[in-house]
Design a protein around this ligand. Structure first.
Ligand SMILES: [Fe+2]
Length: 246
């Protein structure tokens, strides 16, 4: 099952003049939401609850893999396009991606170290991981801001919206379906109602019905009734009996 989320790339970014295709905005909203959610989960984790401990620590490892995959996609597709039109323009952020690779490895080591600990020592390891993850998230937030401002200026100066949408389509087509669904699960709830409707409206119009249904299934549990009501009305979905919008 392949999900066509090309509409993600059409999310408009107001520049003060004309809106442009923004390759970063949607997926970065997803990453900010995911990072914040996992950071809070680590901070309140009960290290004596084995089930919760296993779940939360596995989520940190999952975040590490998501971050690795994300920076590889940026390196290959976005930086490749930037270097083709303006050599050196991705250099600073590409260097930060190398540093991120090291930081991700240290994060995974910290999780393994915490998992190997017991009792009072485990609580100390968990607090240490929480602080390490907080710094990792803080740096990533600054990093993403630079990409959304400096990098977008380069992309917008050299590429048309049609070219950027084609680039985004190639990137999305390279991803396995489960990675696209995971991105939708975090991205859509983090978006404005108008952005949600744009992404899912495009899928409704162009993706196979089972793909669209799968996207709704992963998104709906993470929207409140007001948000779901706006989306379902915008998509002209049949109302569900018993659900009352607040
Ligand atoms: Fe990046």
């Amino acid at each position: 099952m392949k999900i066509d989320t090309n509409e993600m790339a059409k999310l408009e970014h107001a520049t003060g003049t004309a809106p442009r295709v923004d390759l970063y905005s949607g997926i970065h909203k997803a990453l900010r939401a995911l990072m914040a959610d996992i950071l809070v989960a680590v901070g309140r984790m009960d290290p004596e609850d084995e089930s919760e401990f296993d779940w939360v620590s596995s989520r940190v490892l999952q975040l590490a893999d998501v971050c690795t995959s994300h920076l590889m996609h940026e390196n290959e597709f976005v930086h490749g396009a930037m270097e083709a039109c303006q050599p050196g323009s991705s250099g600073r952020i590409a260097h930060e991606h190398l540093e991120h690779g090291d930081a991700i490895a240290r994060l995974k080591d910290a999780v393994q170290q915490m998992r190997a600990s017991q009792g009072a020592r485990r609580a100390g390891e968990a607090l240490s991981l929480y602080r390490q993850l907080a710094l990792f998230v803080a740096h990533n937030f600054e990093h993403m801001h630079t990409e959304e401002t400096v990098h977008n200026q380069v992309l917008w100066a050299h590429y048309s919206d049609e070219e950027l949408m084609a680039l985004h389509a190639r990137l999305v087509a390279s991803l396995p379906p489960e990675e696209n669904l995971f991105a939708l699960r975090w991205m859509v709830p983090a978006m404005t109602p108008a952005e949600r409707l744009q992404v899912l409206g495009d899928m409704q119009a162009h993706a196979p019905a089972p793909v669209f249904a799968a996207a709704l299934d992963v998104v709906q549990p993470h929207l409140d009734l007001r948000g779901w009501g706006k989306l379902s009305r915008g998509l002209n979905l049949a109302p569900v009996a018993g659900l009352v919008e607040v």
